[in-house]
Design a protein around this ligand. Structure first.
Ligand code: FER
Length: 307
């Protein structure tokens, strides 16, 4: 297993530059030193592995004139967990007002990213401005924290070496990030108004932390979830409890993504245990188009109709 991982990492390093060019991630090359993407692994598709939401046009993230725009701000918080001041990128919707209370989506990045990664990949501020203007998403706060809970949380050097810090982030999220958001913004602070979703490493975190804290999150999404995702039996030991509490459980992956087996394993388990979920397999790889498109559809369900 270890040598297989090593081999796929070597192969993926070759693909890395290509990937960065394709995804526009080369805007800040100093931030993406060795972000390994395009992981190898056998892809075997089964009958359930189908696209259920058509690819939307790229214009979903275009900045539109004549609509109201929300605001993106980089804020700082004190992390007791890490012992440092950390950053997170926060979107507040158009017309944000202390006189109203908003639900909050926590959106987690991948292994080569940081608190700026979602913005570089999918401009969630534009995506949400457009969805809210069209009445397709409800006004919400979107929080993009840094999921690498260690003193140096920059995506530097061998990003794989920081894998343990992605597990430590569970405590930072629950004990530091969420309380900081709830004290600074006007939010609805209950499980039905709190969602957790992420891409790749952040998808694994969302499933790991969300499914084991259903008292905190009712809406959960994992896009191209990485091998940090724990075994389904461990995450959902009680299928009935999950059925009762989940409002939305979204799994997605591209059919050209060598990590698809991680999501397939979870999906097969959910199906066997009759736990409702959405499983969207599109034709992309481990890339920003998949993440943008699945965020687009996830965002139209979250805090609304669910499954
Ligand atoms: C791995 C392969 C990929 C892994 C994590 C990743 C923890 C994460 C990829 C990403 O976030 O893009 O074996 O192990």
């Amino acid at each position: 297993m270890r040598s297989l991982l090593g081999l796929s990492l070597l192969l993926s390093l070759q693909l890395c530059n290509l990937w960065a060019q394709e995804n526009g991630a080369n805007q800040t090359p100093e931030r993406r030193p060795q972000a390994p993407r395009g992981f190898g692994g056998p892809i075997e598709l089964g009958p359930d592995d189908k696209q259920i939401f058509d690819d939307p046009p790229k214009s979903i993230t275009d900045r539109r004139d004549g609509i109201e725009h929300g605001k993106l701000e980089m804020i700082e918080y004190e992390s007791k967990t890490v012992g440092t001041t950390r950053k997170m990128n926060v979107y507040t919707p158009p017309g944000y007002s202390k006189d109203r209370k908003y639900p909050v989506l926590y959106l987690l990045h991948g292994i080569g990213g940081d608190e700026t990664e979602w913005q570089r990949f999918a401009t969630p501020d534009m995506l949400f401005d457009n969805l809210i203007a069209d009445g397709k998403a409800i006004p919400m706060i979107v929080v993009m924290p840094n999921g690498r809970a260690q003193k140096n949380d920059r995506a530097e050097g061998n990003v794989m070496a920081s894998a343990p810090a992605f597990a430590v982030f569970e405590k930072d999220l629950l004990d530091d990030v969420i309380p900081a958001i709830e004290s600074r913004y006007s939010v609805l602070a209950d499980r039905e108004h709190r969602a957790l979703a992420g891409l790749s490493m952040g998808g694994g975190q969302s499933l790991n932390f969300g499914l084991t804290h259903l008292d905190r999150f009712a809406w959960i999404g994992g896009f191209s979830s990485a091998p940090n995702t724990k075994a389904p039996e461990e995450l959902i030991p009680d299928a009935q409890a999950a059925k009762d509490q989940l409002k939305l459980l979204w799994l997605s992956c591209g059919n050209k993504d060598g990590l698809i087996r991680v999501s397939q394993r979870m999906q097969r388990y959910l199906k066997e245990k009759n736990v409702p979920h959405i499983w969207n397999v599109d034709s992309h790889g481990h890339d920003a188009t998949h993440w943008r498109n699945n965020l687009y559809y996830f965002s139209q369900k979250v805090f609304q109709q669910g499954f």
